[in-house]
Design a protein around this ligand. Structure first.
Ligand code: SF4
Length: 399
């Protein structure tokens, strides 16, 4: 279960990801109670079929599923790790309907972090927030030169973070072709802890066209889906697929996400999994329509059927939902989707005029992670709270 060592051999040359649905007869054949007691290892059925059966079986409560999932993931080492997102720009050439960064949104003030700004943001996260994991984000761009230049820039930022002492870097810059992977990959070695994030958003092709089909590079469903396969073909191993919960029906997304995760794991990838819910953004109400209980059920099922893969959870969700979900997760990512938003000794910006969306919890990353560790949960890639977040008694203050 330790993701840092003993990587399985990559399966070079395996077919591209093809995400299929499941057969209803196969789902009905699953004895859900038996699976719940014995785990997925005792069943010969694919994990996506088991996931579907657990989603449908109303006799099993969400609380039961969460308890079963927690027991399966609690032995994972480290139990949790963290990274903080760092948006390096909010420019984008795509037209995703649910996103404030879409190209045609002329109300968004566009920002671009320079080399010095990115270096300063990394130093703030490292020195002031005490984190050793970072996620680098951009939009997705049209035209070969822009795409290669963006890959090169994010490769540089990744190298800079690793050389500064960050222990893990995620990057989320849209789909990637082999030449773009080469431009980014020349900055790192394949076994360095660098995770490619490419969320499919939805595995329903019609919904994909409806939300992402308005123009720009993200319109190509298959190009996006194949990004991880190119990354694995190039010798890299860390991947993070995901769906944006609320774009399509939950059962379909769950089944296909688990199917994609299984495909990538079979290829030898180390897989983190994201299921963020839609959040409000500039001029967009973006209600996910998925209530907490159903959302937690989805998370619990993914954690249960994919215990070797880490669920990524973020401060998109309120502190209350975080508390309910945290023990299902393997990665907790606090931070802001604004451009270069971190300030020494202060809360991050999450300005509606410049952010991709609005988060539910804007406490400082160090404050949130310290509170988590105070409950007895150790968080890897977090070295401890800066002094100002230590408990009053620890600071020598008397009430
Ligand atoms: S979701 Fe990503 S690709 Fe789509 S408009 Fe927003 S930033 Fe651009």
């Amino acid at each position: 279960m330790n993701q840092e060592i003993n990587l399985p051999p990559a399966q070079i040359g395996t077919r591209y990801s093809t995400i299929e649905g499941v057969d209803d007869d196969d789902v009905r054949a699953i004895e859900t109670r038996v699976v719940l007691e014995q785990g997925v290892e005792g069943s010969s059925a694919p994990p996506e079929v088991i996931a579907c059966a657990l989603m449908r079986d109303g006799s099993i409560s969400t609380a039961e599923l969460m308890q079963a999932a927690k027991e399966r993931v609690v032995i994972r080492e480290p139990r949790l790790h963290t990274f903080v997102p760092l948006y390096t720009t909010n420019h984008c050439d795509s037209e995703c309907k649910m996103c404030a960064m879409r190209k045609s949104n002329d109300k968004l003030k566009r920002k671009f972090a320079t080399k010095l700004e990115i270096e300063e943001q990394l130093r703030i996260l490292y020195e002031s927030e005490g984190v050793r994991g970072v996620g680098l984000l951009t939009g997705e761009y049209e035209g070969t030169f822009s795409r290669l230049a963006n890959a090169f820039r994010v490769g540089w930022a990744t190298r800079t973070a690793l050389d500064m002492g960050f222990e893990r870097v995620y990057f989320n810059i849209g789909s990637m072709q082999p030449d773009e992977i080469q431009a980014l990959g020349e900055w790192i070695e394949p076994d360095e802890p660098v995770t490619m994030c490419v969320f499919q958003e939805t595995y329903d092709r019609q919904k994909y066209v409806r939300f992402m089909g308005g123009g720009g590079p993200k319109t190509d469903y298959d190009q996006r889906l194949r990004s991880f396969d190119h990354w694995i073909d190039a010798g890299f191993r860390y991947v993070n697929p995901g769906v944006l919960v609320g774009l399509s029906d939950e059962e379909t997304e769950l089944v296909r996400l688990v199917s994609h995760v299984s495909h990538l794991a079979r290829r030898g990838a180390i897989v983190d999994v994201s299921l963020p819910r839609l959040r409000p953004a500039q001029g967009l109400r973006n209600a996910s329509g998925v209530p907490d209980d159903k959302y937690l059920r989805m998370l619990a099922i993914v954690a249960f059927v994919c215990p070797d893969q880490r669920l990524v959870f973020t401060t998109r969700e309120s502190a209350e939902v975080q508390e309910r979900a945290i023990d299902l997760c393997g990665v907790f990512s606090p931070g802001s989707p604004d451009v270069a938003p971190y300030r020494r000794g202060g809360r991050a910006q999450n300005d509606e005029e410049t952010s991709q969306f609005l988060v539910a919890d804007l406490r400082r990353p160090s404050e949130i992670l310290s509170a988590l560790e105070a409950t007895g949960r150790e968080v890897a890639h977090f070295v401890g709270a800066p002094e100002e977040w230590a408990a009053p008694a620890e600071r020598g203050e008397v009430a």
